[in-house]
Structure formats: C-alpha cells, structure tokens
Design a binder for this molecule. Structure first.
Ligand SMILES: Cc1ncc(COP(=O)(O)O)c(C=O)c1O
Length: 449
C-alpha cells in the first residue's frame, strides 16, 4: 500500500516541542538514561527525502541525515520494497550457521566499489565501532604485531577499543576508562590550525610513529580520510599519500575509516579515491544500507584471510534484511547519480558560506567535500573557538525547524550532512535559516571556549 509522499517543505504548526512531543519527553526522562540526550525538540513520525515530520505535524529540514546515514533518504521506496520482500522470506539465519546469497552478492558489490585493487573480501557486521574493532583484529592477525596508531581529532566509536582510538574525552571517554592497551595517538594534519603543508604534517606524524611506537611494533595506522566528529578536517594535500607510502614501506597496514565519508557522501564513492590512496582495509557503515544497521570491513584478500576460520563473525552481522537494504541503496546511489548530487551540494554550501564570510569574520574556515561540509567559528582576533556560539546557533535552528549538527574537538564547528537526495531549494532554505540566526548574533559578545 503506497502512501502519499511526504511534502518537502518546512512547516511549524505548534511551538517546539509540541504537546505530544512534550509528553513523550517526560516518558523519555523516566525510562531512558540521561546519558542519551536527543537534541531535536521533536519526536519523529515520518522521514522522507530532506524532511522529518514529527508527532505534532511539524516538518523539519534535515541537514544531518541521522549523522550521515540516510544519504538516500530515510524511507527510499526501493529500500522499503527490498526490506519488505526479505522480511517475508526470512529475517535471520545467522550467516555463520546457514549462509545466504545476498551476503555474498554484497561482498561482490563492495569488491567492485572500493578503491582497493586486486581481490578483496568483506566481513559484514552491525555498527561502525564493530567494524573498526574487527579491522584492528584483522590487522593484528595479519601482521603479527599489536600496536595501532590513531590521530588527534579522530573518532572511531564508543566501544572499549574504539574509545581508545577516539581522541576527544568529553563526552565520549570521560569516566569510561581504562581503555585497551597498545593504542598510540599521533598528530595529523589540520591545515586551518597547524598551518603545515601535507609534507610537513606527514613528516611530523612519521617522526612520532617511529620514535614513539616503532614500525616493527605497529600493526596498523587508522585514519578517517576526512575527520568527521573531529570537525570535518580535510588533511593538507599529499598528507595521506605520504602516510600510506610510509605504511607500505614498513609493513604497516593502513585502515581507512570511511564510516562517515563512504558511499557517495563526499562526491565520490569513497573519500580515499579523491585522496589518491589505496588502503589495505576499509571500514564501512552509516550510508551503506539506507538507514538499516549494517557495517563492513573490506580488505585485501590475503590480509583478510590471515584470520583463522571462526575468528570473525557475530550473531547478527550481515543480517539479511539489512543486506537487502544495502543492495537496494547501492543501486539507488548509482541510478540517481548521487556522487554528482553530493558534489553539487558541496558547491552550494561552500558558496553560501563564502558569501556570508565576507561580512562575518567569525567564519574562520569553510571546509569539507560534497555533502559533508562544515564551518569553524572562531574569534576573528585570536582564532579561539566559539563553541557557545555554535551551540546557540544549532539550538535556535532546531527551534526554527532545521535539524543541524555540531562537531569538533573544541565544539565550535557547524556541520552539514544533508541527505544527498534533498531538494536544492530546501537545502538553501535550511542554510538561510542558519545564517540569519548567525547574523542576529553579530552584535553579541561571546565567551570563547
Ligand atoms: C569515522 C567513524 N568511525 C566510526 C564510527 C562509529 O560508528 P557507530 O556509531 O555506528 O558505532 C563513526 C560514527 O560516527 C564514525 O564517524
């Protein structure tokens, strides 16, 4: 039974949160721990394209995609159909017990798509953090070494191992230690703040790897090609190729964490392609399955095969319903030319903020790629981070019906991750709401974070 499409326009019909959402908030506070603190003053009832409709009938422009997940929208008809069909056939067998064809088909599709030459193999899992955990296991088994290096500003998840790989303490790590051993942190490349060229930053990283870890101890270097939660930090040109070259020369595996950047988000299938690097292992999740919880590690066959039979897996990993969704989502990305659409979104966002920046020097940096763009707000004189301002803009935008996310080690980054299928007018309206709010704060003074 097909429903009328959700109208693609912003509309507020109640104060926010509305009466139903307020009641649900009370129940949430009773039954859900305060550690989970949803930021939007609404409860979702339906989401489609670039719009989220709430239980009170308010329609929000979605500039967050549930943190970079619903690239093709949260209810794409092809994904809905594929999921419904699969649920009727079977919901679960556990691939380790009884395999099914779609798992293998998806592994084949990933082999065709990822920027790794030669045969690859894939293991399917449930969450991004689980993919990262498995990539580290595989790297250790393959190299016979234990140490793993991650970068300043990195985000790799919230499990015990991935918390250790993640850089920012609050809120991700505070009071949750001790973390897993043999994880080392090294400086990366943050052109806006360090002013280093790709070569200079890479030399600094390599010096740290050699002096503080030693290549003979190092199983893998893991990095997001564009750092996500860290503030959409695009490394200086040449940085990543230098690091990957060093890894290759030293029998150290390079893991590209493309959980946020992957699946057309940055205007190419994977950001590694644009950076001109070929990872040994890639971690994938988020946009892979049109909103269903699925992740993967894809890697060079000989690396993946270093793990003994039975060494990888899990009850739900590669659940057939999520796999059906992924196969449909990948088709949609191809058929609807979403790499090109993502590139266009990047141009619109960049142009919009470049215009605003001319009159507002608090916009210190506009960066990112494709539908993964951010602005870093700073005190124009000192470049001190304006975290309070970013928070205020995001809160106000949500009150005005625009779902906006923040990021950054210093909390001073507004980030934009719209569904790639969003209409251009809707996107521009959402951006205008944000910059109008920003303009209203020009005369205020802010404490720097
Ligand atoms: C680059 C990166 N790695 C790993 C993760 C963790 O993924 P998940 O939240 O699905 O565990 C995220 C989530 O934001 C991410 O952006």
């Amino acid at each position: 039974m097909s429903r009328a499409p959700l109208e693609q326009s912003r509309k507020l019909v109640t104060e926010l949160p509305g009466p139903k959402a307020r009641q649900l908030r009370e129940q949430l506070a009773t039954y859900v721990p305060k550690a989970l603190s949803p930021s939007t003053p609404a409860f979702a009832s339906r989401t489609e394209g670039g719009i989220m409709e709430d239980v009170d009938g308010n329609r929000f422009i979605d500039l967050g995609s549930g943190i970079a997940v619903t690239t093709i929208g949260a209810s794409h008809p092809k994904v809905v159909e594929a999921v419904q069909r699969q649920v009727e056939d079977f919901t679960h067998t556990c691939f380790m017990v009884t395999p099914y064809e779609s798992y293998v088909q998806l592994a084949k599709r990933l082999d065709e798509l990822v920027p790794i030459s030669g045969q690859t193999r894939s293991v399917l899992l449930n969450s991004g953090a689980e993919a990262v955990e498995n990539a580290v296991k595989i790297a250790r088994a393959s190299t016979g070494k234990q140490a793993v290096a991650a970068f300043d500003h990195a985000y790799h998840g919230r499990t015990t191992l991935t918390m250790g790989l993640t850089a920012k303490n609050m809120p991700y790590k505070e009071s949750f230690g001790p973390f897993a051993p043999e994880v080392y942190r090294v400086p990366g490349s943050y052109p806006f703040r360090d002013g280093l060229s790709g070569d200079q930053a890479a030399a600094r990283t390599i010096e740290a790897l050699e002096s503080q870890v030693g290549a003979h101890n190092l199983a893998a270097v893991i990095m997001e090609p564009i750092q996500g939660e860290g503030g959409f930090i695009v490394p200086a040109e040449g940085f990543l190729t230098k690091i990957v070259d060093w890894c290759r020369a030293n029998n150290v595996l390079f893991i590209a964490d493309e959980i946020q950047t992957g699946f057309v988000r940055t205007g190419s299938w994977f950001a590694s392609e644009t950076e001109g690097i070929e990872p040994d292992l890639i971690t994938l999740a988020k946009g892979i399955a049109g909103g269903m919880p699925l992740s993967a590690v894809t890697g060079r066959a000989e690396v993946m095969d270093a793990v003994h039979p039975g060494g990888l897996g899990g009850t739900y990993g590669g659940n057939p319903v999520t796999v059906a969704a992924a196969l449909a989502a990948i088709d949609v990305m191809e058929e609807e030319h979403l790499t090109e659409k993502a590139t266009r979104i990047g141009e619109i966002i960049r142009q919009h903020f470049e215009q605003v920046q001319q009159d507002d020097p608090r916009i210190g940096d506009i960066r990112g790629r494709g539908a993964m763009m951010a602005v870093e707000l700073v005190d124009p004189k000192t470049q001190a981070p304006l975290a309070d301002l970013v928070n205020r803009v995001a809160v106000e935008a949500r009150k005005q019906g625009v779902i906006t996310l923040t990021a950054g080690t210093y909390g001073n980054v507004l980030r934009f991750l719209p569904p790639v299928v969003i209409g251009e007018d809707l996107l521009k309206e959402g951006l205008s709401v944000i910059t109008d709010i920003l303009a209203e704060t020009r005369s205020d003074t802010y404490a720097t974070a």
